[in-house]
Design a protein around this ligand. Sequence first.
Ligand SMILES: [Zn+2]
Length: 344
Amino acid sequence: MVSLLARAFRTIGKFSLATMIGTGLLAGDVLAQHTTPSPGSAKAVFGAVTLPSQGPPQSIGFYAKGCLAGAVALPADGPTWQAMRLSRNRRWGRPETIGLLERLSRDAAKNDGWPGLLVGDISQPRGGPMVNGHASHQIGLDADIWLTPMPRRKMTVEEREALPFITMLAKDKFLTINDKVWTPAHARLLMRAASYPEVERIFVNPAIKKKMCETWTGDRSNLGKLRPEYGHDSHFHIRLRCPPGSAGCTGQAPVAAGDGCDKTLAWWFTPEPWTKPKPSTKPPVKPREVMVADLPKACQAVLAAPPAASARAAAQATKDASGSAEPDNAPLSGNTPPGQIPQQ
Ligand SMILES: [Zn+2]
């Protein structure tokens, strides 16, 4: 492993570091693709929905092509978490996902020296493609968690909109962790997240994966769940497997056996993933927008289904489903009256 990576680093020295880093920064799933979706496109339709559908939770389709029925919301605040960027209204998921996030936040605070989670995007109220960012997060089983620990105080809604992302990468080096920001608690948090059987994969930057390969001295049996991916240097992304009995949820192949500290990781440290494809002689074909009809048929029924009574009711369902110890009077969102979703 070490020699493979060393060789990769020698190869990379021949290429322009700045170019590769630049390209890499363009590729993460947090990147907002600021193109306006056409009216009627799946992005526009699902992005305009403000409440989940009533009924039992159902993940329909695949992480990157599907939708979500009966979603519940992560309360904006809990004892060991704060939800971020509330205006996006993307803290909806399956009860299993919300319960897992709450559990991870408690376990990490208790055992790992991580004071609490800052939770980023989960899914839209009825899942589906998003107007910006993320190819996946469509069926309520993906969630982004910041690599910044939760501050002790409750942040205002405005602070949660504005708090900048902090990269774990050194600014002037190619795919290298900045040891001034990375701590052993980061490593413990990631391995805690990977320890739950319902978590199938965790996406992290290749530099984070490499750091974990080189430094994690505990049980490595779940290290293979950490998957190197573009971006993911200021947050990590947990993906739950399709819960048992969820017909209609299309699972992903399980991760390969082993810790993943092998040639699949070394590849990220070669020029190949960072080199732009050669410009074609043909004019570029603009990919066709995904329309609602392109998603699984059941997603049309999800869109047509009556909404949950209110966001607060849906958050209450979360509490019941996850057995959260959250007090009944916990605010759904900082400055928002009960039953409303912040519309900023
Ligand atoms: Zn993500």
